[in-house]
Ligand binder design. Structure first.
Ligand SMILES: Nc1ncnc2c1ncn2[C@@H]1O[C@H](COP(=O)(O)OP(=O)(O)OP(=O)(O)O)[C@@H](O)[C@H]1O
Ligand SMILES: [Mg+2]
Length: 1079
């Protein structure tokens, strides 16, 4: 359900000044201030919106706000500029009424911002679609372009509009925008050449210099430094909060969207650059022969660059700054210009160039945004004109601006009153006359065709003879002397003769907004707005498409001797057209107020606001609105709002709303003179009656709220109680069920237990009985078996006794043996002959068998081991076995020889060429060849000899020469002697009487003693024809050296002796060998 709200809800102060009670200037201001302090910058006077500039962005222009105000009645929500825009748009769309939005207020009051807000609101709520959006975008984007070229920083406003703008937005029957037309009014072109202190030239100059790329600037022959240009004031080149560079990009972008071509944009920038260049052209005097000074361009560089930019011929322009051609009656007269005149001409050209460029921009934008369709349009006009201006030094521009504001005020008064009157007539209410100040008299003072100030100025400008600003002032003084709003010192009216605040060269006009003092200086010139023909012709000749268009009067083919219309005349005409236009439309007013002079937020300077309230005639506006009836409201919303005040209308009134309101008013006993019934609205005379109704409504709402609260609370408690009750029943039923369930489970459990016990008892009883029965049966069987057994045993006893014992014994023995053998088989030791392990015997009666088996097993595995041997290996082992038999446990040297293989030929005698001769001397195969020491009997020292052994003989030879020293046939060898110790000494004893015995026995020492003796013994044992060689092992034996027998004695060496064996001759008969004790 849509909630109906009202402006009267949650009001801060009063939202509509018409309802102000009591109404006075103080209360008016206080109300404004109170609202301003609470960020409520909008307040109504009926349908007029007062807007206070907040000087900061407020969160009240969001898309949500747009939605909030969309399609809502004007008084339904708190005051807002959107409400006015919505009302105007809906009335245009639904009632087919053309609208105009008139935005007034002084400079910096927020007119331009307001116009943009209205346009953006309308753009947001009107139709959508690709084409429509493009139109909207173009209309909105025309603003940044015009603001760049037409706005400037002034002391009052950082973005002050220096031109008047009226924009007609055209819509189709659905309310979709089709296009628009912009009209511009009098650009303040004097600003191009000179700016008051603290102010700037038009934004575009600064934007171009700081925002354009280096490349662009180069093309335009410009430098980025602002100080390089005379036309740009330096003291406020940058404005805080204004980013010129970013704005330049915005402007270029906007121009693109609006539809400017790239070359058009370039041309526009060239003209802007040309203006800057123009300002830098300086002149110097040059004396002529007639004694007059003639001006000459001082430094031609800027002129040259400017001419290049505009495509003009430098000489033509240069000449135009030095001479002036005057044409009169088909005659051309050329006069020289002095320096001052040249400067004047230069500035006039700059001003004209810029203002014409501005007008061209407007025309160009209009071309882009003009509506395409030829059908009838509905129109919404938005007027944003420069505000009323009162400066210290007011000139022609201020006069024109203030005249325009004067006209607007007049139309405001007229239309407000007319609308009020029309509403009364429409509603059938009697009209009562209202007293108000009508400024028509001031308008008349300015614009009267016979004796108006503008007419006199024109007259003066066109008059032949010397015309100066003073002659103009004189004229004013005579003609307007009697006018009550005109004041002058030279006036015959003695009132101002001694008024020193009024200088002699000034006149003062009492505008509706206050008195303004105008200095007449420049009035005539500015009104004439003359540009020397030579200059316009020079411009026309330029090779630049845009310039040519801007100076059509320069075309020599169309020389027109008639003077162009004056600036004042043109302005008056355009204001006249504007007023005519506005009067055909339904007006909507936004009256902007500036809260302080500091451009600061939160500051409300009462005196300043008071002044504006006065000159805007806002109090009068309220009075006019309240003159008849202060408040009016359609019957339906009125009944909806107050129906709770009467029983008959509450809660629903069946029947026409008007009847309902009548019943309501009668019931409330409102005096009849306090209200009147119109056709669709009720009119309330005094705000206090409205407030009485509001108060009653508030009380009633409170009572209703209490009632609603009461009923709601009762309902809430009851529903709570019912809920509790229902829950209690549910809980109880669930509990009972649970309790019964539990009880049943217990009984069931108990029954099962009892049952199980009973069954158990019964089963046990049965079991007992069955067991007894079974026992009885078993007992019977056992007894029977025993009995039978006894019977059988008794019968067979005799057979058993004879054989049973032996059989059992044999069987047992067999079992044991079987088990023993199987166990032995699985536990046999390894096949290594040196493995000594053998399983232990299980029974002592197996002792002998066990040992025998061990022996057999050992023999068997030895046999197995031996069977792997080859013949050579076998011979080696046989030799080793023989050595063992000879020496084991007899000679201490033996154990160390066991691990040494018996190599036999240690000298490799057959291969060694040294011994070749030797080996050939031995015809038998050499079984052993080694080096031995032959011990000398004289000193016990050994000398090395080669020792060769063959099957038949032993040969001793010289180690170095290989010459045979002795050859002993083996049969001559009687025995071999050696000691029991670990030495290598051995004696070869020869048989007495043999051929070899002549030289005596040989006492030798060898590292391979065991091998030598074993081999000797073996050869002798193998020879069938000889007896075995005798091997004598003892520590003392005799050796026959030629004639003498010498005893060789072996003793254990003491530790101090060296580790080696030493042989010493003790005496003639004794050689003592000391052998180190074996470790
Ligand atoms: N509704 C607003 N919200 C926030 N700031 C605002 C609003 N209205 C105005 N302003 C601020 O005040 C400044 C001046 O407003 P604006 O340019 O609209 O004044 P103006 O009445 O058009 O003045 P002029 O007659 O000099 O053109 C704006 O630049 C902006 O900073
Ligand atoms: Mg403005």
């Amino acid at each position: 359900m849509e909630v109906k709200t009202s402006l009267l809800d949650n009001m801060i102060g009063v939202g509509d000044m018409v309802l102000l009670e009591p109404l006075s200037e103080d209360s008016f201001l206080e109300n404004l201030k109170k609202r301003f302090d609470h960020n409520e910058i909008y307040t109504y006077i009926g349908s007029v919106v007062i807007s206070l500039n907040p000087y900061r962005s407020l969160p009240i222009y969001t898309p949500d706000k747009v939605e909030e105000y969309r399609n809502r009645n004007f008084y339904e929500l708190s005051p807002h500029i959107y409400a006015l825009a919505d009302e105007a748009y809906r009335s245009l769309r639904d009632q087919d009424k053309d609208q105009c939005i008139l935005i007034t207020g002084e400079s910096g009051a927020g007119k331009t911002e307001a116009s943009k807000l209205v346009m953006s609101y309308v753009a947001a709520v009107c139709g959508k679609g690709q084409e429509v959006n493009k139109v909207k975008e173009q209309l909105l984007q025309s603003n940044p372009v015009l603001e760049a070229f037409g706005n400037a920083k002034t002391v009052r406003n950082d973005n002050s509009s220096r031109f008047g703008k009226y924009m007609d937005i055209e819509f189709d029957f659905k309310g979709d925008p089709l296009g628009g037309v912009i009209s511009n009014y009098l650009l303040e072109k004097s600003r191009v050449v000179k700016q008051p202190r603290g102010e700037r030239n038009f934004h575009i100059f600064y934007q171009l210099l700081s925002g354009a790329s280096d490349d662009t600037l180069k093309k335009l022959k410009l430098e980025r430094d602002v100080s390089k240009y005379n036309y740009l004031s330096l003291d406020s080149a940058t404005v805080s909060g204004l980013d010129d560079a970013a704005n330049f990009r915005t402007v270029r972008n906007a121009m693109q969207i609006v539809g400017f071509m790239e070359d058009e944009m370039q041309s526009v920038l060239e003209l802007v650059a040309a203006v800057l260049k123009l300002g830098n052209i300086d002149f110097k005097p040059e004396s002529r022969c007639n004694g007059m000074d003639e001006s000459r361009v001082k430094d031609k560089n800027d002129l040259k660059e400017m001419c290049e930019l505009l495509g003009t011929e430098q000489s033509v322009l240069e000449r135009a700054f030095s001479y002036r051609t005057v044409e009169a009656k088909m005659e051309k007269v050329s006069t020289t210009l002095n320096v001052a005149q040249a400067y004047y001409a230069r500035d006039a050209l700059a001003k004209n160039l810029y203002s014409r460029l501005f007008s061209w921009l407007v025309t160009r934008i209009n071309e882009s945004i003009k509506a395409q369709a030829k059908t009838r349009h509905k129109v919404m006009g938005v007027l944003d004109i420069y505000g009323f201006e009162i400066f210290e030094d007011n000139s022609f521009e201020q006069f024109i601006i203030n005249y325009c504001n004067e006209k607007l005020q007049q139309i405001f008064i007229e239309l407000t009153l007319r609308e009020e009157q029309e509403e009364y007539v429409r509603e059938g209410i009697e009209w009562t006359n209202i007293e108000y100040f009508n400024n028509a008299v001031i308008c008349d003072l300015i614009e009267n065709n016979q004796n108006g100030i503008l007419a006199m100025l024109d007259e003066e400008c066109l008059r032949p003879g010397t015309v100066t600003d003073e002659t103009f002032l004189d004229k004013l003084n005579t003609i307007c002397a009697e006018h009550q709003h005109f004041e002058s010192r030279l006036n015959k009216n003695s009132k101002f003769l001694n008024d020193h605040s009024l200088p002699h060269n000034c006149f003062r006009i009492q505008h509706y907004a206050g008195k303004v003092l105008y200095r007449v200086e420049g009035f005539v010139d500015k009104n004439n707005d003359l540009l020397y023909r030579d200059l316009s012709q020079a411009m026309y000749k330029a090779n630049h498409s845009l310039i040519k268009q801007l100076f059509p009067e320069g075309n020599p083919a169309k020389v027109n001797l008639k003077r162009p219309p004056t600036a004042g005349f043109q302005f008056k005409a355009s204001v006249g057209t504007l007023m005519g236009n506005l009067q055909t439309k339904n007006p909507n007013y936004i009256r902007c107020i500036k809260p302080n002079d500091k451009k600061a937020s939160h500051i409300f300077t009462e005196s300043l606001v008071c002044h504006q309230v006065r000159y805007l005639g806002l109090m009068e506006n309220v009075r006019v609105r309240r003159a008849g009836y202060a408040f009016r409201q359609a019957y339906e919303p009125c009944l909806e709002r107050y129906k709770m005040l009467c029983k008959s209308t509450w809660p629903h009134w069946k029947g026409p709303a008007r009847n309902g309101v009548e019943v309501l008013m009668t019931d409330l006993q409102v005096p009849a003179e306090e209200f009147a019934y119109g056709r669709s609205k009720i009119f309330i005379r005094n705000p206090r009656t409205l407030f009485f109704l509001e108060e009653k409504r508030k009380q009633c709402l409170e009572d209703l709220a209490t009632l609603i609260q009461k009923i709601y609370r009762g309902w809430k408690c009851r529903s709570h109680f019912l809920l509790l009750k229902k829950s209690q029943i549910v809980v109880a039923s669930w509990y009972r069920r649970y309790a019964q369930q539990k009880k049943y489970q217990q009984v069931k459990h108990a029954t099962t237990v009892v049952q199980s016990y009973t069954r158990g008892w019964q089963a046990r009883k049965l079991l007992r009985e069955l067991k007894y029965q079974k026992k009885c049966e078993e007992a019977v069987t056992t007894i029977a078996a025993f009995w039978h057994g006894t019977q059988v045993r008794r019968e067979y006893r005799k057979f058993f006794r004879a054989n049973a014992g032996k059989k059992i014994y044999n069987f047992t023995i067999q079992r044991i043996m079987q088990k023993y053998f199987l166990g032995l088989k699985s536990n046999l030791p390894s096949m290594s002959p040196v493995d000594k392990s053998w399983p232990s015997r299980p029974y002592s009666f197996l002792d002998g068998v066990h040992a025998e088996l061990r022996r057999i097993f050992h023999l068997w595995r030895c046999k197995k081991y031996r069977s792997q041997f080859t013949e050579e290996k076998k011979a080696v082992y046989e030799e080793k076995l023989e050595a063992s038999e000879l020496f084991k446990d007899k000679k201490a040297l033996y154990p160390s020889s066991v691990s040494q293989p018996f190599k036999g030929d240690y000298l490799e005698i057959s291969k060694n060429p040294k011994y070749q001769k030797l080996s050939s001397a031995v015809d038998e195969k050499i079984l052993l060849a080694d080096v031995v020491n032959k011990i000398n009997r004289a000193n016990g020292k050994g000398s090395p000899r080669l020792f060769l052994l063959s099957k038949k003989s032993i040969i001793l030879a010289d180690q170095k020469t290989g010459q045979v020293k002795a050859s002993v046939p083996l049969p001559d060898l009687a025995s071999v002697s050696t000691s029991t110790q670990s030495d290598g000494f051995f004696a070869l004893k020869l048989k007495e009487g043999s051929g070899s015995a002549v030289k005596g026995d040989f006492l030798l020492s060898s590292d391979h003693l065991i091998e030598i003796i074993t081999k000797l013994h073996r050869i002798s044992s193998m020879a069938a024809d000889r007896e075995k060689l005798n091997v004598n092992i003892s520590d003392e034996f005799l050796v026959q050296f030629k004639q003498d027998k010498v005893c060789v004695k072996f003793i254990q060496g003491s530790p101090k002796n060296s580790n080696s064996v030493s042989c010493k001759r003790k005496n003639n008969r004794l050689l003592e060998v000391s052998v180190p004790s074996s470790p």
